[in-house]
Design a binder for this molecule. Structure first.
Ligand code: ZN
Length: 141
């Protein structure tokens, strides 16, 4: 990797909303954007999956642009792009690797393979290489 991105730190309340979004969209993939600073997430933007698919996702370009501008206006960073895997493990698919268009942000995957025990994985993907990152869920202070 050219540079290693920071691990993620996500407030418990936001993590619950990310998982809830995955359940709401099930059996389709959910997707969205997480913003913050240095991997510490402060903002959560659930997005529409324009593909309406259970094996891939596509964000609407206009909605995505609106979110990117909002993040910039708040002086935050695009920390991670998340999506769910309704039926597969919390590991990037070949398509996720091929379509990792934002190498400065992590890919967060929520697996609902075991619906009652969602698995979370965060990855830095750069030029086809995958590096696993840790996700720390923190209680709000
Ligand atoms: Zn995926």
């Amino acid at each position: 990797m050219k540079k290693s991105l920071p691990d993620l730190e996500i407030p418990e309340e936001l993590m619950n909303r990310i998982i809830e979004h995955a359940h709401q969209e099930y059996p389709l993939e959910s997707c969205g954007i997480l913003a913050g600073r240095d991997g510490k997430i402060t903002s959560f933007y659930p997005m529409v999956n324009a593909e309406k698919s259970s094996s891939c996702y596509l964000m609407e370009p206009e909605e995505q642009l609106r979110v990117f501008l909002g993040i910039e206006r708040k002086g935050l960073e695009l920390s991670a792009i998340y999506h769910s895997h309704p039926h597969t493990a919390a590991f990037p698919s070949q398509r996720d690797v091929d379509q990792a268009f934002y190498p400065d942000s992590l890919i967060l995957i929520i697996s609902l393979m075991e619906k009652k025990a969602p698995q979370i994985g965060a990855f830095q993907i750069e030029e086809g290489r995958i590096e696993k990152k840790t996700v720390k869920v923190v209680e709000k202070d």
